[in-house]
Write a protein that binds this ligand. Structure first.
Ligand code: PAF
Length: 287
C-alpha cells in the first residue's frame, strides 16, 4: 500500500499543504518533537488525532535549546523508525526541516518568557526556555495549527509555551498531554537511552521519591521535612540533585506550605551523565 504520510522539509511546502487542509475546513493539530519517539510522544500523537482532522508532527533537534556543553551532538536521531511509527498512527504530515530552513545564517530573533522560565530547569539551563520558545513560536507561525500539543513531562516548558502563545497572540490552543511512565514508574524520555543497565535499574527511584513526597504533603506533611527525606534517599542512591521543589502548579512560585494552592512536585537529578526530570501533582485531599 502506498504511504499517505507526507514527509516535508521546507516551510513553503508545509504551508501549501496545511493551507489547503485549512481552506477545506479541517482542524489542524501540531505535535512538535525532537524525534526519537517513544510511547510518551505517541500518546500525544493519538491525542492529536482525536483533537482534530489533520495531524502534523514536526521532528527537529533544536540547537538553540542546547548549551555548548550539552548533548546536541549525541541526542538520539532515529528518523526512519520515527517515520514508521507515525505512519502506523495515521499521521498526515511529518515536517523534518534541515537546520538552515529554521535558522538561516543571518537569523537573529530570540523569544524569551521571563518569569516562568526562571527557576527549576531555567536555573541550571538558562539558555533552554529561550531556545524552546523561539523554535516553537517559529513552528506555530510556519504551520499555523488550530491546536498544538506538548507533554506534561516537561511541565515548566508547557507553561512557558502556553504563555508565549498567548502573549504573541498566536491564536493557537496549547494542550498538555499526561506524562507517560515505564512499568516501573520511570518517566519516558528519549534521554533514558543514555542510562547504563545499572543506572536504568536505579532510575525509577526518582519517581518513588516524588510520589512519596506528594503523598506525604497530601496527608498534611511538612514540605521542608519531606524534601529533606526524599533528597537524602536519592543522594544516598547516587543521584546528584539539581532541584527538588514544590511549586504552585500555575505560576511555579516555590511553596513552603500548601495553603490551598494547586501544588506540584518538580525534580531534576543526574544519574551518571544522564539528567532526568519528573514532576507530579500533589493530590488535593481538602475537597
Ligand atoms: O519537548 C521537546 O521535544 C522540545 O523541547 C520541543 C518542544 C519540540 C521544542 O524543540
Amino acid at each position: 500500500m502506498a504511504s499517505k504520510l507526507k514527509n516535508i522539509k521546507t516551510i513553503a511546502q508545509l504551508r501549501e499543504c496545511v493551507d489547503g487542509w485549512r481552506n477545506a475546513g479541517d482542524k489542524i493539530v501540531l505535535v512538535p518533537t525532537m524525534g526519537a519517539l517513544h510511547e510518551g510522544h505517541l500518546s500525544l500523537v493519538k491525542m492529536a488525532r482525536e483533537a482534530g482532522d489533520r495531524t502534523v508532527v514536526s521532528i527537529f533537534v533544536n540547537p538553540a535549546q542546547f548549551a555548548p556543553n550539552e548533548d546536541f551532538g549525541s541526542y538520539p536521531r532515529e528518523n526512519a523508525e520515527d517515520l514508521q511509527k507515525l505512519e502506523r498512527l495515521g499521521v498526515d504530515l511529518v515536517f523534518m526541516p534541515p537546520r538552515e530552513e529554521i535558522y538561516p545564517e543571518d537569523f537573529s530573533t530570540h523569544v524569551e518568557v521571563p518569569g516562568l522560565s526562571e527557576g527549576l530547569c531555567g536555573t541550571s539551563r538558562p539558555h533552554f526556555f529561550g531556545g524552546v520558545a523561539t523554535v516553537v513560536a517559529k513552528l506555530l507561525n510556519q504551520c499555523r495549527p488550530d491546536v498544538a500539543i506538548f507533554g506534561e513531562k516537561d511541565f515548566q516548558q508547557l507553561l512557558v509555551i502556553r504563555r508565549m502563545a498567548r502573549d504573541l497572540d498566536t491564536g493557537v490552543e496549547i494542550l498538555g498531554g499526561p506524562l507517560i511512565r515505564e512499568e516501573d514508574g520511570l518517566a519516558m524520555s528519549s534521554r533514558n537511552a543514555y542510562l547504563s543497565p545499572q543506572e536504568r535499574k536505579k532510575a525509577p527511584l526518582i519517581h518513588q521519591a516524588i510520589r512519596e513526597l506528594a503523598e506525604g504533603l497530601a496527608n498534611g506533611g511538612n514540605i521542608a521535612r519531606l524534601r529533606e527525606t526524599a533528597t537524602g534517599r536519592l543522594v544516598q542512591a547516587g543521584f546528584e540533585i539539581d532541584y527538588l521543589e514544590v511549586c504552585n502548579a500555575e505560576n511555579l512560585a516555590p511553596l513552603t506550605t500548601l495553603a490551598g494552592e494547586p501544588a506540584r512536585v518538580f525534580i531534576a537529578a543526574k544519574l551518571g551523565k544522564t539528567r532526568l526530570i519528573d514532576n507530579m501533582a500533589v493530590p488535593d485531599r481538602t475537597k
